[in-house]
Design a protein around this ligand. Structure first.
Ligand code: ADP
Ligand code: MG
Ligand code: MG
Length: 919
């Protein structure tokens, strides 16, 4: 192994920003800031390689590392003129986790390490504040006991409560009726006096002795070793594992461990701590933005225990916020503003910063690329490109296509009637309606039953992560814009209203204080679990009940980014749309045609399903034709609507695909009704029903197999399509119909269906006295179809890879039954991802390539598209770009995602300068 430790301090650092893999994001950021001459408390980083070696050796630090740590501590000591373990000039450090990818709050950090009774006394002498020293000491014992010694925090709660009550008594506050949270608000940590703290510390040590059978470690080096192992260990705690799974972070990366000299934001009113963003992480607006707490230590801001104050005077809307850092500490504020601007220019992206001010002196403790909402990501990328900070290509590559999903969904209808319940902070935008739940487990349980839920908490902590994931939206009564709830919700793209102080949550219900128009309290309202509320995370408003929403539009920066993306992408993007309404949505989102119009959904309409059933159950061809004649005008009408919406763009219509029994009557009443209209006995119908049942419908009588046995269905559909095309063309609208045959695998199937379509076309053109151009093609959704693509291409003018069925048939896994084991397959690493969501490139992808090569060899210029779920999946789109397909087709709401993903794919594949694929 190479070196294990990278030092930073006094303007010099062994590492730099490029070494995230080795030093973790935090370590690399600290090194880089130090190099830039930004004030950072000195320290050193133990690499991720050491973490991996620690695990490989069965959780022991590799040989030699301890000596290196001692040497690095020595360097720190001489730099600061202090010593670990010295009461006269104590060195205190933090021991901080920090992986390659940011995992906020998921792993552990220990502050104030290096204290024992004697050193705490020394610290009190040196700082002149006994209260401060004892508070730091008791916090350290608590965190160390919890994180390193495995004594849960809850075990200390009673002791802390007693200390608060003692302090309350001294302060003359009546605390008898207060619960723990209320008590904490009345007697915050800063009001705990030295006597209560000293007693508390003794009790905490007794608890540790009782729980572990050993006294609390007095030796700072022993403390340090324990903390380092615990930080490495926290890589594998439950919440970190859940987070990694959600964000596709590999288990093998490991975390680095940063040991850094402490600075104190809790040394009085000239000290404080905060977090800042160089731009607004919620909207993307270019304004310096953040929160701070006076006289507080690091974690207090994020934990949401006290609601923090804004940094700038004007941030809260009023022009002169007295609580702002700008008002309280103008010097430190000015320096912070200068530093944040430098860091953003240096890293060329929005930064998220942690800072602490110790007696008016500013220190930076962390910088990283800031998490942001999809909306903010788009705005920041576009504005930075316009500012010349990044290129347009970089702007395109900066926005995660998955994250813009949030922008494509509806927002609160401004015109709808609604009842405002309360207002909080607009922590993460978007509208969400759901049933109120008060715990993460409950959120998960109800969401599992298909319910939409809103998780309501006083504040969230990393333990709530599974509930936040299950919920549609998150509402908290405490905490600010940078609280855990806000940061995590933004990362997940979920609506969140934070710090809504009008609500209080306890004992399975939430009480809302109501205010009249003049802001006077006008009563309270109780909301119980299961009641419906709606959150507007863009404004911070909470509404009672469900509130109607309006569809999204591609305006402003988003529209601009799409134009830039369109300029570099090669792949065309079409949409899957079965109705004129979907077609319009798709077109508004920029679809360049329809890649898959399924006709079977059209059959389920109440007016039609009877005729469909009649057709299926008719005893002979004449009966079938009678029923089909009833369906023809309906189908023609459907296609007229779709062609009009897609004027001038291609529309691929797939002829009937599912097995016929899917349309059959499901219950007695339907059966009776049908028996009456058809004049056929119920028994006969039941017999026919049974005849049509299949053991494995996916591999049964479906797709073009239907046309081989009963050609009249496809004849009717071809007629409906071509009559509609003639009708729309006659009205002066350009039409480009593409007739697509499902589930073919032989040339003969296509020859038969093609002859059928051509015959009908000639009839229709003769009747209408006009011709329209149309194309004939097929889906490729069976392995044999890919293998025989050369033959199929002699009949088909285009292929559309139906990757849903192609995945099912290649893997031999039915999508509908895969739920039982696919999760385990992904978990145990058999599949990296669900192959129905993200294309199995080595397997199914190889069949796509074979189909492409053999098809194009037989018919140069053969048009190739894909129309499965994968058409809207960014990583699959990257493959389709490399494979040189002409278009992808996805659901309407994914069209902008596909446009962006296609642009990114073209930039990565180097095909962005070439011509666009033909449509
Ligand atoms: P996380 O990754 O969860 O943000 P951090 O390692 O950043 O954890 O630390 C948690 C909190 O403690 C942060 O607010 C950080 O600023 C603060 N902190 C960490 N190290 C120090 C230090 N040396 N001096 C003062 N505060 C610190
Ligand atoms: Mg941090
Ligand atoms: Mg199919």
């Amino acid at each position: 192994m190479a070196r294990s430790i990278y030092f930073f301090g006094a303007g010099q650092a062994d590492g730099d920003a490029r070494q995230k893999d080795l030093l973790g994001g935090k370590g690399a950021g600290l090194a880089e800031m130090t190099r830039l001459g930004i004030p950072v408390p000195p320290g050193f980083t133990i690499t991720t390689e050491v973490c991996n070696a620690y695990y490989a050796a069965g959780k022991v630090l590799p040989a030699g590392v301890e000596d290196e740590i001692k040497a690095a501590i020595g360097r720190l000591e001489s730099l600061l003129d202090a010593r670990l373990g010295s009461p006269d000039a104590p060195l205190l450090v933090s021991v901080r986790s920090g992986a390659r990818a940011s995992m906020p709050g998921m792993m552990d950090t220990i502050l104030n390490l290096g204290l024992n009774d004697e050193i705490a006394r020394g610290l009190a002498r040196r700082t002149g504040s006994e209260r401060f020293a004892l508070d730091a000491y008791r916090r350290f014992i608590l965190a160390y006991a919890d994180i390193v010694l495995g004594v849960p925090r809850e075990r200390f709660e009673d002791a802390l409560g007693r200390a608060r009550r003692q302090a309350a008594a001294r302060l003359g506050v009546d605390a008898t009726l207060l619960n723990a949270a209320e008590l904490e608000r009345k007697v915050p940590d800063s009001l705990l006096d030295p006597e209560s703290l000293a007693a508390l510390i003794q009790q905490q040590k007794d608890i540790v002795l009782d729980a572990t059978g050993r006294p609390f470690p007095e030796d700072p080096y022993a403390q340090l070793q324990g903390a380092i192992c615990a930080v490495f260990g926290s890589w594998n705690n439950h919440r970190a594992q859940v987070y990694r799974k959600m964000h596709d972070i590999p288990e093998a990366w490991g975390t680095a461990c940063n040991i850094q000299a402490m600075v104190f934001g809790n040394l009085g009113d000239d000290s404080g701590t905060g977090v800042a963003f160089t731009r607004d992480p919620s909207t993307g607006e270019r304004r310096f933005f953040g929160e701070w707490l006076p006289n507080a230590q690091g974690e207090d801001v994020v934990a949401g225990v006290r609601t923090p104050h804004p940094l700038s005077r004007s941030a809260s809307g009023s022009d002169d916020d007295e609580r702002s850092l700008e008002a309280r500490m103008p010097g430190a504020y000015a320096e912070l503003v200068e530093v944040q601007a430098r860091l953003e220019r240096h890293f060329r992206d929005m930064q998220d910063l942690e800072f602490t001010i110790q007696q008016n002196k500013l220190f930076l403790l962390q910088c990283r690329t800031g998490k942001r909402t999809g909306r903010a990501a788009v705005r920041i990328a576009v504005e930075m490109a316009k500012e010349g900070l990044i290129s347009r290509e970089e702007a395109i590559l900066r926005v995660d296509p998955g994250a813009i999903d949030q922008l494509l969904h509806p927002s609160i209808d401004p015109g709808a009637p609604k009842k405002v319940l309360a207002r909080g902070l607009p922590a993460s935008p978007g509208a969400a309606t759901g049933q109120v739940v008060f715990s993460a487990d409950e959120a998960e349980r109800r969401a599992g039953q298909g319910k939409a839920v809103i998780l309501v908490r006083s504040e969230t902590s990393p333990e709530d992560i599974h509930g936040m994931k299950a919920a549609r939206g998150i509402l908290t009564s405490r905490g600010g814009m940078t609280s855990h709830a806000a940061v995590v919700a933004r990362g997940m793209g979920k609506s969140c209203v934070a710090g809504c102080s009008a609500i209080s949550v306890s004992q399975g219900q939430m009480t809302v204080s109501l205010y009249d128009d003049h802001g006077h309290a006008s009563g309270t309202l109780t909301v119980k679990a299961g009641d419906l509320i709606t959150l507007d995370g863009s404004t911070g408003t909470v509404y009672l009940g469900a509130v109607p929403t309006v569809p999204a539009t591609l305006s402003g920066e988003f529209g601009e980014l799409m134009v830039w993306a369109d300029a570099v992408r090669r792949l065309r993007v079409r949409s899957n749309a079965d109705t004129p309404h979907d077609a319009r949505t798709a077109r508004n989102f920029g679809a360049e045609g329809i890649g898959l119009c399924r006709t079977e959904h059209m059959f389920f309409d109440e007016e039609r399903i009877e005729a469909v059933r009649e057709m299926i159950l008719a005893p002979d061809e004449a009966g079938r034709r009678r029923a089909l004649a009833k369906l023809l005008p309906f189908q023609r009408g459907d296609f007229v609507g779709v062609f009009r919406e897609m004027a001038g763009l291609p529309v691929t219509i797939r002829l009937l695909d599912p097995p016929l029994h899917e349309f059959l009557p499901q219950d007695e009443a339907q059966l009776e009704q049908l028996s009456r209209t058809m004049g056929v006995s119920k028994r006969d119908l039941e017999r026919k029903n049974e005849e049509l049942a299949e053991y494995n419908p996916m591999l049964g009588h479906r797709g073009c197999r239907l046309a081989i046995t009963s050609p009249e269905i496809y004849e009717m559909q071809a007629r409906a399509i071509l009559e509609a095309a003639c009708e729309v063309a006659a009205a002066g609208v350009e039409v480009e119909p593409e007739i697509m045959i499902p589930l073919s695998m032989t040339r003969r199937e296509l020859a038969i269906t093609r002859a059928l379509v051509e015959r009908v076309a000639e009839q229709v053109f003769a009747e209408k006295g006009r011709r329209v151009d149309y194309r004939f093609g097929t889906m490729i959704e069976l392995p044999r179809a890919s293998i025989m693509a050369g033959e199929l291409a002699e009949e088909a003018e285009f292929f559309s890879f139906g990757t849903n069925d192609l995945t099912q048939t290649t893997l031999g896994i039915s999508r509908d039954d895969a739920g039982r084991f696919l999760g385990a397959y992904v978990e145990s690493g058999v599949f990296a991802k669900d192959p129905f969501q993200s294309l199995d490139v080595p397997g199914v992808g190889a069949l796509v390539e074979m189909g492409r090569d053999r098809g194009r060899a037989a018919r140069p210029g053969l048009k190739l598209g894909i129309c499965g779920e994968h058409g809207g999946d960014p990583s699959s789109i990257a493959f389709f770009e490399r494979a040189g397909l002409d278009y992808v087709s996805c659901s309407p709401f994914r069209v902008p995602i596909a446009r962006l993903a296609a642009a990114q794919a073209a930039l990565s594949a180097g095909s962005s300068k070439g011509p666009r694929a033909t449509d």
